[in-house]
Design a protein around this ligand. Structure first.
Ligand code: 13P
Ligand code: SF4
Length: 321
């Protein structure tokens, strides 16, 4: 029996191969760099010049000599790149690629919170709008949030926003009491304590890699064992490559599985919750990347006064490891 060809959601394999070639050629012609987050669809990751976490992508955007940055990720990431590289053209292939977590707090709400706590240091997760960053003292990502909190003098009050689960994890690892905004990412919050407990009990040979934004992060911390790690997406990749173990359960957005499987092909990676897919990240398709490069769309710009006020917090983030 002949099976019908597998059609991927974003196009047939031949069509994708043709698009990959077209995108690579356009990128070279236009002297563009393609930056992709670890949650991007496989074919976008495969054509990107650099794939990484929020921190790595921000560092690449700050350091690139390319004239055009095509940001294959969500809007706040492209905004961060535009703030760090004001002399470059930053493009996002779909301007509607937002983030439910970044939408949890506005600059006006943050101003109100600051007014209730005068003198407090404001630490914003990178998953925030440029306007919120402009009201912040520090930005951080999951890759350096702990180091950012530890860099703040112990006697200072800290307002941490907008992710509640990340804030709880930070309190635990730093021993600092934080004031934490009650926000969450719908994808990570949907990875529940039951998901990780089931894997913990049923896969004793597996290492459990858990992103601190997850709804199961507190449960994972409570295991308190050697085989459960709370890590950023890039931290997961580095850890899995070096670990002597060959089986990993991954609690974060499912796009990371492609990157992990590429970086450590002999190992086995299973999603803690296969439904944890970010519809915003998946809005970026290869065809939209091609259109973006070909037609110089959609340009991401941040008003200069907002960018000037946000830059300090972002540069502090990029500097702290
Ligand atoms: P990191 O890539 O920084 O771990 O962030 C995860 C995330 O949810 C990005 O939207
Ligand atoms: Fe935002 Fe969550 Fe999607 Fe990351 S996974 S971009 S935090 S909605």
């Amino acid at each position: 029996m002949t099976l019908p060809p597998v059609t991927l959601p974003n196009g047939a394999p031949d069509e994708l191969a043709g698009l990959e070639e077209e995108v690579a050629a356009l990128a070279a012609e236009r002297r563009a760099v393609l930056l992709a987050h670890n949650y991007q669809v496989p074919e976008v990751q495969d054509v990107a010049h650099y794939v990484g976490d929020s921190l790595g992508l921000a560092r690449q955007a700050a350091a690139t000599s390319a004239e055009i940055i095509v940001f294959c990720g969500v809007h706040f990431m492209a905004e961060t790149a535009a703030i760090l590289s004001p002399d470059k053209t930053v493009l996002i292939p779909d301007p509607d690629a937002g983030c439910s977590l970044a939408a949890m707090v506005t600059a006006e709400q943050l101003r109100g919170w600051k007014a209730e706590h005068p003198g407090a240091v404001v630490v914003s997760y990178v998953n925030t709008s440029a306007e919120v960053k402009a009201e912040s003292d520090y930005c951080c990502t999951s890759g350096n949030a702990r180091a950012v909190i530890e860099a703040i003098p112990a006697d200072r009050e800290i307002l941490f926003l907008p992710d509640f689960f990340l804030g709880l994890w930070l309190e635990r690892v730093t021993g600092r009491k934080l004031r934490i905004w009650m926000g969450e990412c719908h994808v990570h919050a949907g990875i529940r304590p039951d998901d990780i407990t089931r894997w913990h009990d049923e896969a004793p040979d597996a290492e459990l890699l858990v992103h601190p934004e997850c709804g199961c992060a507190s449960q994972a911390m409570a295991f308190g064992d050697e085989r459960t790690r709370i890590l950023s997406t890039e931290g997961m990749v580095e850890f899995a490559k070096k670990s002597p173990k060959d089986r990993f359960v991954v609690a974060t957005e499912v796009g990371i599985i492609h990157r992990l499987a590429k970086e450590a092909p002999a190992k086995r990676f299973e999603p803690a919750n296969p439904a944890a897919s970010c519809r915003y990240m998946k809005m970026i398709t290869l065809a939209k990347v091609r259109d973006s490069l070909r037609d110089t769309k959609h340009v991401v710009s941040v008003p200069p006064d907002v960018a000037a006020r946000a830059r300090g917090a972002i540069e502090r983030m990029v500097a702290i490891s």
